[in-house]
Design a protein around this ligand. Structure first.
Ligand code: HAM
Length: 418
């Protein structure tokens, strides 16, 4: 084969595309009920949009970005995630002037140069949301509840919502000190990257996937034990209200996010059925990001669902059984021309109609109608043209109905059975 898609990048073919549409459509419906509006963001951005926000010492920025110079020698990056471009747009267009909370959603491809494996791709799609304008934990609860709602509505039966708090600029420095102290004598067991990050960003040591690092960090204290009074109150309020709303969750004090912009609430929804890439969605609070981008201090929270990780989990439960209403078989030039006009007219009137363009035997045309599971078939030949009448055959019960060879009559007869 001459050309193939790139490693870790896949084509999405029908009928799977129908499941994607189901997922997108259902999410949009839920977003509407919560007042989220769609925002469409560029796929490429100036590289510093990501380096400054995601964090210079994260895996994404250090290893995974598709970064290249454009023809004007500007450093451009294919977006690895949606929050940074969103906040860039939020500040650029002064969206903070809209009534608070401001709520947006987006859908589209993201790019990370990761080692491809099952459910981990280099181009993958996210459905993301961002809500800004308040620190109130009610917004956190709303966001977590909305995510659970979407996942249930799209047909995901088993999932776990893991939550934690990673503190704020008041309490996190105390945690960092304690973490560094706990890991100091273990640095030989950590990889080179971790040793480098230990000084500037020790929290990243909690995110490293190298097996020896995972083992070495079991002695690390939990950030949840270092939260200040406000962060503790924020987190306790969230947990309490999730219980009131009957939203099941587990506290995972070891939950670490691969992005530096988070503050306080962080969460991940996981499914054991996916193996090692078990996060189907993830998100958290980012109360400082808008200010870092030059906007007024505006707290925010959001999440992104990984579409490729959801599809295999709901595939079996989504049945796409929509088939053509009518297949027109035609015999001879004149019948084919007449059939073609009728096909177009009936489509304009709301029917799904198919016909054959190449000259084929009646048998081949019938076989084709059968393969595409057309619900009704008509055979248009010299006789039908002469008599001005046609038989509509219902392919399920094999019954035939005779009607005048008129678009309106056929429309009526086929629509009646729909
Ligand atoms: P993230 O955890 O990097 O967060 O990604 C969110 C989700 O995208 C993951 O839970 C996973 O389902 C999916 N995902 C990530 N990488 C891949 C991959 N290589 N292949 C397939 N799926 C993948 C963010 O991106 C944040 N921007 C989420 C957010 C929004 N936080 C606040 N607002």
């Amino acid at each position: 084969m001459r050309f193939k898609s790139l490693k870790g990048i896949q084509d999405i073919l029908p009928p799977e595309t129908y499941i994607w549409q189901h997922l997108e459509h259902t999410s949009r419906k839920v977003f509407e009920k919560y007042g989220y509006k769609e925002i469409r963001l560029p796929i490429i951005e100036s590289s510093d949009v990501f380096t400054r926000s995601i964090g210079e010492t994260t895996d994404i920025v250090e290893k995974e970005m598709y970064t290249f110079p454009d023809k004007g020698n500007r450093s451009i990056t294919l977006r690895p995630e949606g929050t940074a471009p969103f906040v860039r747009a939020f500040v650029q267009h002064h969206l903070y002037n809209e009534p608070s909370p401001q709520k947006y959603y987006y859908m589209g491809p993201m790019f990370r140069y990761e080692r491809p494996q099952a459910y981990r791709y280099r181009q993958f799609y996210q459905i993301g949301t961002e809500a800004l304008g308040t620190e109130d934990p009610k917004l956190d609860i709303e966001v977590i509840s909305m995510l659970a709602n979407i996942l249930k509505k799209i047909g995901l039966k088993k999932f776990t919502t893991e939550i934690t708090s990673i503190g704020c600029k008041e309490c996190r420095p105390h945690y960092k000190t304690a973490l560094k102290k706990a890991l100091k004598n273990k640095l030989n067991d950590f990889c080179e990257d971790c040793n480098r990050r230990y000084e500037f960003n020790p929290l990243r040591l909690l995110d490293c996937k190298v097996p020896s690092c995972v083992k070495a960090r079991t002695v690390a204290p939990a950030i949840i034990d270092f939260l200040c009074a406000q962060c503790t109150h924020h987190f306790e309020t969230i947990k309490h209200n999730l219980e009131l709303l009957n939203i099941s969750y587990v506290v995972n004090p070891n939950l670490v996010r691969g992005l530096d912009y988070y503050t306080r609430t962080a969460f991940e929804v996981t499914s054991e059925a996916l193996g090692s890439q078990k996060a189907v969605a993830a998100g958290g609070r980012y109360d400082r990001l808008v200010k870092d981008f030059g906007g007024p201090p505006t707290p925010g929270i959001g999440f992104a669902i990984g579409i490729e990780r959801i599809i295999p989990l709901i595939k079996k439960s989504i049945v796409h059984d929509v088939y053509p209403d009518l297949f027109i078989c035609s015999l001879g030039r004149e019948a084919s021309d007449r059939g073609f006009i009728m096909t177009e007219q009936l489509r304009n009137r709301g029917l799904w109609v198919e016909m054959n363009y190449d000259e084929l035997s009646l048998r081949s045309q019938m076989r084709k109608a059968d393969r595409i599971k057309a619900k009704n078939v008509i055979v248009l030949g010299e006789d039908e043209l002469k008599k001005g009448k046609i038989l509509i055959k219902d392919m399920q019960n094999k019954k035939e109905t005779e009607v005048a060879l008129e678009t309106e009559e056929i429309l009526k007869a086929v629509s009646n059975k729909k």
